[in-house]
Design a protein. Structure first.
Lengths: 344, 344
DNA sequence: AGTCATACTGGAAGCGCTTGCATTCAATCA
DNA sequence: TGATTGAATGCAAGCGCTTCCAGTATGACT
């Protein structure tokens, strides 16, 4: 039904340039010795014929596909689609394609991705974004014989890049403590939500460390559990604000989406931010500005870029992948020194 | 550096099953005649050896890559990543890969995607999500010799699927008019924002039609311009709410994100929804429930699924693509009959 | 002048599949 | 019963590149 319009082959380019296809290949790919004059002739021929290499033929012959696989969970979550944008941008600039594997909750589909999709040798490397991998999955990835990099979380067996997940919440909590808050609450994830690799635990840990460093008992901190989304944060905050006796002047949320949920809940309940409660999040969400949210920005787009650069380097046999990612506190209007005002 | 772990070839499977590689290929792909007994032998051999077809070799030999290209703009926008999820889900289930081309504002990158990426013959079909294509791009897509489907917008030259973009806003406005509102405002896009193919104009048109049908003059409707995002809607609403003399009891926003921005602005300004102003959006945003937003749901995930099914059908030579997509009004708490209360 | 390294180029062998064609064999039919 | 048909299978020719190897030419060096 769809016949490919006259597709130009390397042979035609070679003929037009008056060289062999071997030389044409070398000229176009930049590998091997080709005289400048020949190279130009070939390039011109290719240009004028509109030649584009066939990825299938090239892959088959060279064993390289010029494509990177990206496995990511829920694309609705801002963090993940941000990382994906960053990866996509860098790969496109490098002339690589991006094969997306959206790993959903369907266990069968998920299994199939690890079993078959990745093995088709369509990709030269894999970036795993914030997935909690079980042992079998880790093994599958490892046995691929391809560079793999896990972004977010540090599975023992695979090279990873991650922010210091304790560091971010520690920084967030320290910010509040420095401002003078002494009674601060925490809203974070639960182990049951394993979309993030151990992230919930790590983040809570960081919070605790900061609190303890100020001689306080983390157990005294009112805590809520949510799933890293806006509605999740909203619900948790409503509950927290409504808990009798659980007063606090500051609140750390383990993600900006939760923090935004908190701010919405506060608005609904008439709790004033930051007069009655200061709120800090983690991520650097694009809506942070709109809400005046103080946050620990982890530059997700940059993380995507970095991961992509890294994997591209590894495809060429450089580096090994483990590294730390930067983050920084961005202070906006959702935090202030605790006022003399009655806490909520 | 990374040697591929013992990759199993079709020949090995064939040998293990005691047949020729031709038969093994037919057995595995399901094409051609193979006796049930042979088929089973081959399947078992493949299974036990962990054989997975090489996509490059298969593509080269058959001309089919079992991959679909998806071109999408800004992944942050909820609508786009929803559609993408839907596409991904359907493709994965069908055993297809998804090659993502995130089309950004960088004109050079964008050009390159159309010029080279799509021509590498890595994909069997292309789904274009809500991109305003210029003539050259349309032509490139058309000359690919591949099934292409444009989701959202209807470029003359390419088959497309779209909701009735006039219909959605007409429905939204009719909802308000039916409730008794007679002074309703509109927040929509601008031609300058061409991420959506003609969508801004179409949606405004639909709104006007509804208003006119009630004997009102669309020119009397207070209107704001925004870029389909939450902050955009927020800014436009602040302006609209602050315009002297521009009173209205209902507001139609051309996207849910804008509508959410409107609600946030209203909250900040103390404008009560729906008591003073009723708000309707378009999309079916996942946060609609949280905000109690009345909306015209266009089921973006479903759209993605439908588009994917369609393109898969076209790859197999069926159908031609043009079709309408369903949408429906979802009434929540952001709309009500105009109260006796003073409008904002 | 002779040797050797080096730059450039072409021939040709695959890469791992799919598929057209030929072959075999058993079932069907007049 | 011989001719016909069709299912089942194998052979082998590619698909369009990359790259090893060999060959030639050119320049450098002793």
């Amino acid at each position: 039904m769809y016949e490919r319009g006259a597709v130009v082959s390397l042979d035609e380019v070679a003929r037009a340039a008056g060289v062999s296809s071997a030389t044409a290949s070398r000229a176009l790919s930049g590998r091997g010795h080709v005289s400048p004059a020949t190279r130009q002739k070939v390039n011109e021929a290719a240009e004028s014929l509109g030649y584009v290499v066939s990825s299938a033929a090239s892959s088959l012959a060279s064993g390289r596909s010029r494509s990177i696989g990206v496995m990511a969970p829920d694309l609705h979550r801002w963090f993940f689609n941000s990382v994906l944008s960053g990866i996509s941008d860098t790969l496109t600039r490098a002339g690589y394609d991006l094969t997306l594997y959206n790993v959903t909750n369907d266990p069968q589909l998920r299994r199939e991705i690890f079993r078959a999709f990745l093995r088709r040798r369509r990709v030269d490397g894999v970036i795993v974004v914030a997935l909690e991998l079980d042992e079998w999955e880790t093994e599958q990835l490892g046995s691929l014989g391809l560079p793999v990099i896990v972004l977010g979380g540090r599975p023992r067996a695979l090279p990873g890049m991650a922010i210091d997940d304790q560091g971010v919440t520690r920084l967030a909590a320290e910010h509040l403590l420095t401002l003078g808050h002494r009674k601060i609450g925490y809203i974070g994830g639960d182990h049951a939500f394993d979309v993030d690799y151990h992230v919930p635990t790590q983040r809570r840990e960081g919070f605790d460390q900061a609190v303890e460093a100020y001689g306080l008992d983390p157990a005294d901190s009112p805590a809520g559990v949510a799933d890293f989304t806006i509605p999740g944060g909203y619900r948790a905050a409503k509950q927290l604000f409504g808990t009798p006796g659980a007063s606090f002047t500051g609140l750390v949320a383990a993600s900006d989406e939760m923090a935004i949920g908190v701010m919405l809940a506060a608005k609904d309940l008439g709790v004033q931010i930051p007069q009655q409660v200061s709120v800090v999040g983690v991520d650097g969400h694009e809506l942070g500005g709109l809400f005046g949210l103080t946050t620990v920005d982890q530059h997700p787009v940059g993380q995507g870029r970095t991961a992509a650069e890294h994997i591209l380097g590894r495809v060429d046999g450089q580096g090994n992948g483990d590294s730390d990612l930067p983050f920084e506190l961005v202070v906006r209007s959702s935090t202030a020194a605790p006022a003399e005002v009655e806490p909520f």
